[in-house]
Design a protein around this ligand. Structure first.
Ligand code: 8X3
Length: 251
C-alpha cells in the first residue's frame, strides 16, 4: 500500500504539532505547515530522525497566493487537518477592536477556506480523502468576552457543515473536532498578547485540562476509522469542564 499523506496546518506547536507526531506514528507522510519556518523544520527533522516521513512547508494560511503555490507543489494528499487558528483578546462586543475580529475571521475561517479549496481537487483525486477541521467549543456556544472568537468559530462550524452537505456522494469525509479547554503553550498567551499571568489564570486550579496530545489522539482516531465512517462532530472537553464557562477549579 502506498504511503498516505497528511497535511497539518498550524503544525509549529500545540495541537498541530502533536497531531503531526501522532499521524506520523500512524504511518502517514506528514506535511507540516505554519508561519514559523524554523519550528516546522525542527519538527520535520525530529520526525525524520525517528524514522518517519515528514516535510516542512512554511505557510501563512491567510495568504491565498501562498496557499495556491503550496497546493500546486504538493505531490498528492489524502488527509488535510485544518488546525491553524486562534483567539485575540477577551473584550466585550461593545469595545472589541474590529482589527482583532478581522484577524480572527481571517485565520479561523478564511484560512480553512483557502487551504480546503486549494487541496480539494487532490483530496478528491485520492479516492478516499479526509478534511478535518479543528474548531472549538467556542463554535458551539458563546460566552462573555468571547464575541470575536466565538463568531469566527461559529463561522468555521457553518463552513464545515455546509462542506459536508456539498460533498455528499464524493469520496471525501468532513470531520469536525471541537475541543474545549486545552492547555497548550501558546493559545492563551496569544489571546492575552503575551501576558503570562493572565494566560496561566485560565487554567488555575483546573485539575486536568486537556493536553494537545489528548486532542491529537482524538483527531487521529477519527482519521483512522474505515473510509465509510464519517465522524461528523466530536466535542471534547476535560472532565472538569461541563460547559464553556462551567469549570471545576480546586483551591
Ligand atoms: C478554546 C476554547 O473556551 O477558550 O477554543 O473558547 S475557549
Amino acid at each position: 500500500m502506498s504511503t498516505r499523506t497528511a497535511v497539518v496546518t498550524g503544525a509549529s506547536s500545540g495541537i498541530g504539532a502533536a497531531t503531526a507526531r501522532r499521524l506520523a506514528a500512524a504511518g502517514y507522510r506528514v506535511v507540516l505547515t505554519a508561519r514559523r519556518a524554523e519550528r516546522v523544520e525542527a519538527l520535520a527533522e525530529e520526525l525524520n530522525g525517528a524514522g518517519h516521513a515528514a516535510e516542512a512547508r512554511p505557510l501563512d494560511v491567510t495568504d491565498r497566493a501562498a496557499v495556491d503555490a503550496f497546493a500546486a507543489a504538493l505531490d498528492g494528499v489524502d488527509v488535510l487537518v485544518n488546525n491553524a487558528g486562534g483567539a485575540l483578546g477577551t473584550d466585550p462586543v461593545a469595545e472589541g477592536d474590529p482589527a482583532d475580529w478581522r484577524a480572527m475571521y481571517e485565520v479561523n475561517v478564511l484560512g480553512v477556506l483557502h487551504v480546503t479549496q486549494a487541496l480539494l481537487p487532490a483530496l478528491r483525486a485520492s479516492g478516499d480523502g479526509t478534511v478535518v477541521v479543528v474548531s472549538s467549543t467556542a463554535g458551539h456556544g458563546v460566552y462573555e468576552g468571547g464575541g470575536g472568537y466565538t463568531a469566527a468559530k461559529h463561522g468555521v462550524h457553518a463552513l464545515t457543515e455546509t462542506l459536508r452537505l456539498e460533498l455528499c456522494g464524493e469520496p471525501v469525509r468532513v470531520i469536525e473536532i471541537a475541543p474545549g479547554m486545552v492547555r497548550t503553550d501558546e493559545f492563551s498567551l496569544t489571546r492575552f498578547r503575551g501576558d503570562a499571568e493572565r494566560a496561566a489564570a485560565v487554567y488555575a486550579g483546573v485539575p486536568d485540562p486537556l493536553t494537545a496530545e489528548d486532542v491529537a489522539d482524538t483527531i487521529t482516531w477519527a482519521v483512522t476509522r474505515p473510509a465509510h465512517v464519517n465522524v461528523d462532530l466530536l466535542v471534547v472537553r476535560p472532565r472538569a469542564q461541563a460547559a464553556n464557562r462551567k469549570v471545576h477549579r480546586e483551591p
